[in-house]
Design a protein around this ligand. Structure first.
Ligand SMILES: NC(=O)c1ccc[n+]([C@@H]2O[C@H](COP(=O)([O-])OP(=O)(O)OC[C@H]3O[C@@H](n4cnc5c(N)ncnc54)[C@H](OP(=O)(O)O)[C@@H]3O)[C@@H](O)[C@H]2O)c1
Length: 332
């Protein structure tokens, strides 16, 4: 495994981080506790010491599962969690498995960046995670119910109290990063980034590089699409909301699979899977310090963790880039 510094925090994180959204079940068609804990521990054996979770993942369940998995070995993990997305629904199993539309599922979920809310959320996360500190605490989305300065001041306070080791954000533009940093040092921006989703390259990556921060890339396998296992007609399980994603439109799946066929020889050359190729590509991009590999099973993290060992030659990266230039997805 490769380890890289999280901004200038002194904290080292693994280049492949365990992405713990799917294990929470909510919007992913359910959760399996035994598989989830097994996957986190298997990842650790392979050097994946960093885990990214959030309260909203499974409405508390993902953080609880992470807490159970790291129990007795907490100090050897780096736990990344978030705040700012709250909910007033019950979190019942019905919510996890029912096949509701995207908007329906998100009704009852709201954004809150007020100081009081941050201070309450951190205590809830610490309790669910079974720990007394969070390595890296990230604002999940920009909000409009509180000035950014107020939210960032709450992070300064939490650092002083020793409840968090470093402060961060997700889904921030370069301008928003600049604004946040008037109050607190931000170590990285967690943003969507994959071979087929590269909009951050224009402004966010240059800003991050110039200011000695990192990109933490989420959905690097484009929620599983870049593993090559989906066909235009693949039926997703009830409650799996990927069917509402624009990337999962049948025509986009077809085009992505054609692209994957073109780069398969590179994977074959390295005796690697497409999951490993897409993750390795991601962690080799400028500014990226870690790719969050969403993993549900020990088998998946086994595959994903080994991506860190895959060295891509400059000409292989160029070939991938050339094929990507011709890929024209319909993302309206
Ligand atoms: N900050 C934010 O706003 C934000 C937003 C989204 C995600 N994230 C973070 O980023 C992480 C990763 O993103 P993501 O989960 O959306 O997408 P992803 O990592 O691109 O895809 C994960 C999904 O792909 C499938 N998969 C994983 N490894 C595989 C393998 N080796 N072979 C075949 N299939 C495999 C699994 O689903 P199936 O087995 O069901 O196909 C898995 O849940 C999340 O867990 C979360 O920590 C953050």
């Amino acid at each position: 495994m490769i380890y890289r510094e999280l901004g200038e925090s002194g904290i080292k994180i693994s280049a492949i981080t365990f992405g713990a959204w799917a294990i929470g079940g909510f919007m992913w068609g359910g959760s399996d506790e035994k598989q989830a804990i097994g996957a986190i521990r298997r990842g650790y054996d392979l050097g994946v010491t960093t885990i990214d979770t959030a309260p909203i993942y499974g409405l508390g369940l993902s953080e609880e599962l992470v807490g159970k998995a790291v129990k007795g070995n907490r100090e050897n993990y780096q736990i990344l969690t978030k705040f700012g997305m709250r909910w007033n629904r019950t979190g019942s199993q019905e919510d996890f498995s029912s096949d509701k539309g995207f908007e329906d599922l998100w009704s009852g979920v709201y954004l809150d960046g007020t100081r009081d809310s941050v201070m309450k959320e951190v205590e809830d996360s610490l309790r669910r995670l079974g720990t007394d500190y969070i390595d890296y605490y990230q604002m999940h989305w920009p909000v409009d119910n509180a000035p950014l300065e107020e939210t960032m001041e709450a992070l300064v306070r939490l650092k002083e109290q020793g409840k968090i080791r470093a402060a961060g954000v997700c889904n921030f533009s370069a301008d928003q990063l600049r604004e946040a940093e008037k109050t607190v040092r931000i170590e990285a921006d967690q943003v969507p980034y994959s071979m087929v989703r590269r909009d951050i390259e224009k402004y966010v990556v240059p800003y991050v590089q110039q200011h000695h921060k990192g990109i933490i890339a989420y959905s690097p396998m484009q929620r599983g699409l870049l593993t090559g296992k989906f066909e235009p007609g693949t039926k997703l399980s009830e409650g799996d909301n990927r069917k509402f994603s624009r990337y999962f439109k049948p025509d986009n799946i077809r085009k992505i699979n054609e692209f994957l066929d073109q780069i398969k020889p590179i994977a074959r050359n390295h005796d690697a899977t497409l999951a490993q190729l897409s993750l390795s590509w991601t962690i080799h991009q400028p500014g990226v310090i870690s790719a969050l590999a969403g993993s549900r099973t020990p088998h998946q993290i086994d595959d994903n963790a080994r991506a860190a060992d895959l060295e891509l030659a400059p000409e292989e990266l160029q070939t991938i880039s050339d094929h990507l230039d011709k890929l024209n997805l319909d993302l309206d």
